[in-house]
Design a protein around this ligand. Sequence first.
Ligand SMILES: [Zn+2]
Length: 262
Amino acid sequence: MNSDLQKLIDLQQVDSRIAVVKAEVAALPKQVQLIEAKLAGSKAQVETAQAAIKADDSSRRKYESEIQDQQQRISKYRDQSLGVKTNPEYKALLHEIEFAEAAIRKLEDKILEIMVAADTRKDALKHAEAALKADTAANEKEKEHARQQTAEDEQLLAELTAQRKDLRAGIAEDTLQHYDRLLKHRGSALAAVQENQMCGGCSVMLRPQPFQVLINGEELVTCDSCQRILYYIAPPPKLEDEAGKKATAVPEAPPQQEAVES
Ligand SMILES: [Zn+2]
């Protein structure tokens, strides 16, 4: 094989691994962001549950103080009723007392509602706190994993970059320029050609003469259509001489020559 070709094949492999690792490194901060957002959500749920309990407490205190006000009003009316001279005046005071008592019953109902809901509120807080605890632990673990992954990726990236440099040092400059251009514009610089004589990059058929040059492997051959540097992959050795079991097995791809003959 042409000496540059094997290096180019290796270089493309190294370059595509570099691209994968770089993409992984780029994705990690986003992953950490997602982890942080989840934790913030759990914290907010705890805060909401705490705020609901606090709001209930303050409502309850407010209702209790209103009950006291009404009770004071009632005892004031009772005192007044001792000194009234006329029946309508007395009835009016009784009416006021009934009104205040009804207000107290309503307030007591509201307090009872809060007390009934208190258990649910407490459960919700306990739930939210447990979820927060679990998420905090998971958060630390996942962040540690992200840190490790980043360190590993950076190490790998340094190794691959060194390999890349070594490989490039051994390849002719104009070939490298061609390679870089293709990699930039087409995403890959090399394409495989198999027995079907088709460019693996753009699927255009090779003419017989360049295909022969490609099989000989002495010179670099590029695809007329997509300009990719081509390398030949020989068909796997036929299994006819092996045990009958293997020979009767369904082949992965139909042999090209038989298709042409029939
Ligand atoms: Zn092509």
